[in-house]
Design a protein. Sequence first.
Length: 311
Amino acid sequence: MLAVAFRDGEVLIEERPDPVAGAGEVLVRVRAAGLNGADLLQRRGGYPPPPGAPDTAGLELAGEVVARGPGAARFAERDRVMGIVGGGGQAQLAVVHERQLMPVPDALDWPHAGGAPEVFTTAHDALFTQARLAPGERLLVHGAAGGVGTAAVQLGAAAGARVTATVRRPELREAVRVLGAAVRDPQEFGQDGPFDVVLELVGAPNLAANLDALATGGRIAVIGVGAGAQAPLDLRVLMAKRARLMGSTLRVRPLEEKALAARAVERQVLPLLADGRVEVPVAATFPLEAVQDAYARFADGGYVGKIVLLL
């Protein structure tokens, strides 16, 4: 099979042995795989795959089941599935434990299915499992033009929250606004507070302002640090507001926790995708042979939603 790999910062297509499904696993013929910020971190050597995961690129995939390992019974051959993986999503074939996979709603084509699992699982887990966002609360999403940001805006709005989103580029703000948010410049979000939940996708530079804009009992969930990972924190403000500061990642979680996250998305997000109440904005697709162009486009930014590789 062909797979995307990183060597000394370069994006390559390599020939790899076809994987074989083990106990409880299925072999998926990958049709589409989204690019994510974690892929860029791995390319730079800063986010290695967890033990036991393939060393090739890709944290999400969508495709068809072509074989099942011993004990795997959740899906049949030819079923359309999608899910997050520890690595190897950007390959023609991938082995995934069946509990990490979800059925692809009929309404989604391959590009939209390939761009859905990572962003909607990440956003749903951070907003509802971690931060306990409730209807009527005020939600602030920083860096809302990206894949996780657009997912978070839509999920927050669908849950009945009042959503404010920050978007650095003015030309992208209207596309985020129509997803269900009041859109602000990153320096001007305070007018919409105080916020019950802040989803931080940018990083450390926002921390102090987030805390200032937080409501009493508010929660800050950090799931992105692209702009920096270290910042001073006034603990007196944290204490006075009885605030909670939390962070999470999905990639290094054990199978049981990934399975729980997938089941939550199945119950609460797939119906929204199926009937069009939320969507996967796909900015561009690239064939496997143009994977270097896909990564260049992803790194350049200036778009709303996802870049998706078609295999």
